[in-house]
Design a protein around this ligand. Sequence first.
Ligand code: ADP
Length: 632
Amino acid sequence: MVTAHSILHKFWGYQQFRPLQEDIIASIAAGRDTLALLPTGGGKSVCFQVPAMMQEGLCLVVTPLIALMKDQVENLNKRGIPAFAIYAGMQTRDVEKVLALAREGDIKFLYVSPERLQSKRFQWYCEVLPVRLIAVDEAHCISQWGYDFRPAYRQIATIREHFPSAPILALTATATPKVREDICRQLQLRNPAVFVKSFARANLSYSVVEEEGKPARMKQILDKVPGSAVIYCRNRRQTKEIAALLGAQGISASYYHAGLTSAERTARQEAWINNETRVMVCTNAFGMGIDKPDVRMVIHADVPDSLEAYYQEAGRAGRDEEKAYAVMLYNHRNLEELKARIPLQFPAMEEIRAIYQAVVNYLQVPVGAEGVYYDFDINDFVKRFGVNITLAFSTLRILEQEGVWQLSESVYIPSKVEFATSRDVLFEYEDRQPDLSPLIQALLRTYQGIFDNPVPVFEKQIARIMRVGEEDVAHDLQLLHKQAIIRYYPKKDQPQLCFLEERLPAQHLRVNMVLLEQRKKALEERIAAITAYARNNNQCRTQQLVAYFGEKDAQPCGVCDVCVKKEKGGLQSKEFGRLTTAIMAALNGKISLQALMEKVDAEESRVLETLQFLVAEGFVLRDEDGMLSATA
Ligand code: ADP
């Protein structure tokens, strides 16, 4: 019989399920809508992959990050499972191929980005796709109360109408009770089963330190706790500076942010994963999809803008269940800055229009353009137009949420070539341009079918075959393109901005300001929550964190800064108890202070301190001559 267990063993080689995985799988296998909250690294994918493998039909997986989507597809393919992905930025023809395969039942898992659900082609295919299960990863993105709202997620519920009998599994690592409710409502889950793994992490010690001299403190912390570490910073410049400072003090450190080329990012990430670099100083662009078990320390050099983000990032420490530390360094100014960002994150209509205008000028988008992709380097944009970067980001996000455009992370799209002439014209051209003939021949020989279809080509490969430089190949391909012999689409490896709607004159741009106002309030609440966390050094950190995620009855963790401080206080109070007993026993009738001191075996100042308390509380009497006695 095919059991969940046998599937797990056969395809993944794992012996047993992790906590809750089996319950979630059983719920899905029984056809019930399910919401599951598992921490990052808790093994969410298995929760939909195993039940999908237990039955016929297709599992549709909605997930927002293209890079992670590709990872998962690769991972499944490695295990011999047919899985494909479609996402924004893919050529229509490729999308069509994948959807056709899916319709034929030749695919087990189809990963789609939420934006794709909106496309007419996809909607049309929905009629014929054999979908038996819908998995929604990062389900908190559907809620405008959450910290990562993505409006395209709202389309998921409409997709469901096509597959009324397929259960939905909504998965997330962080969601407050309010966001959970919103997920169930927005996805129209029917009587959902809800599984929540506790947010408490017994091996992780949280601390918060108010500190002005942060670099020195970081060095001190890293000296105390050996092993792999991550330092999260707010901006790119800081990552570089802090890595250099640590390096100068003999700590092996490197830095990472989204502004580096993908080759640099991969190299640095690998060096850190292989423990060749000890400390990775980074922005929040680092860490997604990385499953390094032995991170001993995560330091936040600044205050993140939500407890959700903090919990996720700090949670990258100690995945191996061994002791690990998460330290947040902050100062008064950081908290002020967080607050000051609120109006930048929710600009007025006029500011939104001005930035929209600047973007279309920057990219030179003609009025009326629609469905067009542009390479978009936001840093270059803000530099050239003198725009505040936070304001630019927020406006991009807001207009993305309004469906005006879509900003996608760096996507690698290989170069493509297709021929644009008849064979006769081509022969004639080769006669006229003998210099370019070898390149044309290399294309025709290396890439089958290139004469009839656009085909991905690799400049490097052609360069190797022709024994020339890669740059020369690219240059000559451009030349052939200009002369209308081929159509050459150079590779892209940059964030893309795609205009989903017709590009409007800025004054016609409309934004739902009421909705924006509500979201601003949600942000204010999130910032208030993390500010309270930073300032509250009286309640166990784990208790504070998990309460935010809805667990009100957690025990003190015993390992955070607050618990450790109380523990020390607790030792003192034990000593206080011992001294009280000793003093009261010594007060047999009236005795002098000196006699008492001789009888009680402890440091004099401690005895005096305790005695003072006992007198003040009326347990001990001191008469006019200074003689001590117990009150009756
Ligand atoms: P999440 O999406 O919750 O962050 P993943 O699904 O990526 O986590 O899983 C994290 C890692 O744990 C993956 O390498 C996965 O293969 C592994 N894993 C999942 N379930 C099990 C299991 N039952 N036993 C051992 N490893 C598992």
